[in-house]
Ligand binder design. Structure first.
Ligand code: NAD
Length: 442
């Protein structure tokens, strides 16, 4: 059996490893256009800020290690040009610049996503970056060393992780955001706490700013918005990503409404024998029971695991996602899962919600910090469909608990009586999650 995986990011590597586990004798080839596989792009902000010193620390496997340990033929610097579905061959340009072909019985498309770049003037200037791949990150870090003022366009996950890290590296940081608040996938009351944390740490956060151009003489000197021009030495664009679906389209793979690849729970596409996984694919939203495009690293790994197993003759299913995500901006931890209140409205789901402020530890135990919990319930069923937690410690565990509650359609009462762990250094005896659930019962 011959399996070809296109893409050596999280999904592609997970697919190849999982295919090998299921089928010890298959010929597995993985084609990757860049020179790295198995890179943790999520670590790039921390590399830029100096918390991770060497970029090689972000690489889990070198191609050689993966080849040796998984018996997978890993071809880097190998760009796939075309796929012939009827003759079951992938055409690629090899490291030496030669056109080559490799045959397949099953194929996994793990082509990822790429940064969205707004159509504005000045994109070709030096000192303008997006953040996605390791090589680009190395170049950006070198440039950062020569730059005093940095402007980030977009206050989403990448933008804010970069803001913290550029500050850590001692730079003057401005963040320009199109919307009236940062982090649009959390609700405004909690986004306000994020804004305060950014300002407290010296980040200049400018909201309601649409960037219309970049100006400079060879190198970027100004980021231009509709009403203000910001002087800068370096600009980073972080306004979201879009799925890489050119190859999928070429072979007639059906796309979903989001523009990402449509798959079933086995990660099969509409073309027989062709699977897809990762940032190029939609996933089923378990609350909404409809496909969504939420490209995240953990999801990519799991989708890859399922796609690879099935491509190798196994039988795995990916149940879907609820949109759980977490990040940290300076000292503030920000987590969300399920539907946000605004998001729910967009999907026509009527909600009620509670927001509480509590402490992260027992009142008498030193070191407790503020913690905010928002619970979002579906009005008709009284089931918890969303949760957002912001605070200075203990956010991950609470978001994890809420994720499981949402995936299992818990009511607030079931959350109140969940046997959550307690000890004074970790929480008050009535954990903030339980308090929020009790308030929502009233
Ligand atoms: P994002 O969607 O998180 O944020 C993009 C931000 O840019 C939004 O706030 C949006 O309103 C703003 N924006 C859009 N157009 C703009 C414009 N013209 N001018 C100014 N602002 C504009 O996207 P991202 O930060 O680029 O991250 C890319 C992907 O990677 C996302 O899917 C994100 O969820 C994911 N990611 C997740 C994590 C994490 O989970 N910790 C970390 C990094 C990245």
């Amino acid at each position: 059996m011959k399996i070809v995986v296109i893409g050596g990011g999280a999904a592609g590597m997970a697919a190849a490893a999982s295919a090998r586990r299921v089928n010890p004798t298959a010929d597995i080839t993985l084609l990757e256009a860049s020179r790295h596989v198995s890179y943790g792009s999520c670590g790039i902000p921390y590399y830029l800020g100096g918390l991770v010193e060497d970029v090689s620390r972000l690489v889990t496997y070198t191609p050689e290690e993966f080849r040796r340990s998984r018996k997978v033929e890993v071809l880097t610097n190998s760009y796939v040009k075309d796929i012939n579905v009827s003759s079951k061959r992938v055409v690629y340009v090899s490291e030496k610049g030669e056109e080559r072909e490799v045959g397949f019985d099953t194929l996994v498309l793990a082509t990822g996503a790429r940064p969205v770049v707004p159509k504005i003037e000045g994109l070709g200037l030096n000192g303008v970056y997006t953040v996605r791949f390791l090589d680009g990150a190395v170049k950006l870090k070198e440039d950062l060393a020569r730059s005093k003022r940095v402007t980030i366009i977009g206050a989403g996950y990448i933008g804010l992780e970069l803001a913290e890290n550029f500050k850590r590296a001692g730079r003057e940081v401005t963040v320009l955001e199109l919307l009236p608040r940062p982090m649009p996938n959390i609700d405004p009351e909690l986004a306000e706490i994020v804004s305060r944390e950014l300002k407290k740490n010296g980040v200049r956060l400018e909201l309601n700013k649409r960037v219309v151009g970049l100006k400079g003489d060879g190198r970027v000197e100004k980021v231009v918005t509709e009403d203000v021009e910001y002087e800068t030495d370096l600009a980073v664009i972080a306004v979201g990503v879009k799925p890489n679906v050119a190859l999928a389209k070429r072979i007639g793979v059906e796309l979903g409404e989001s523009g990402a690849i449509k798959t079933n729970s086995r990660m099969e596409t509409s073309v027989k024998g062709v699977f897809a996984a990762g940032d190029n694919s939609e996933a089923n939203h378990i609350v909404l029971n409809q496909p969504v495009y939420i490209p995240l690293a953990q999801t990519a790994n799991k989708m890859g695991y399922v796609a690879g197993a099935n491509a190798a003759g196994g039988s795995e299913e990916f149940p879907g996602v609820v949109g759980s995500a977490i990040t940290k901006v300076f000292d503030l931890e920000i987590g969300r899962t399920g539907l946000g209140e605004e998001e729910a409205k967009k999907y026509g789901v009527e909600t009620k919600s509670v927001l509480i402020k509590a402490r992260s530890r027992a009142g008498y135990y030193p070191g407790g910090r503020d913690l905010w919990v928002k619970l979002i319930l579906e009005k008709s069923s009284n089931v918890i469909i969303g949760g957002q937690v912001v605070g200075y410690e203990g956010v991950w565990g609470r978001i994890a608990a809420l994720t499981l509650a949402i995936m299992n359609r818990f009511t607030p009462k079931q959350l109140v009586f969940s046997d959550l762990p307690y000890a004074p250094p970790f929480n008050p005896v009535w954990d903030p999650l339980i308090v929020a659930a009790r308030v929502s019962l009233k």
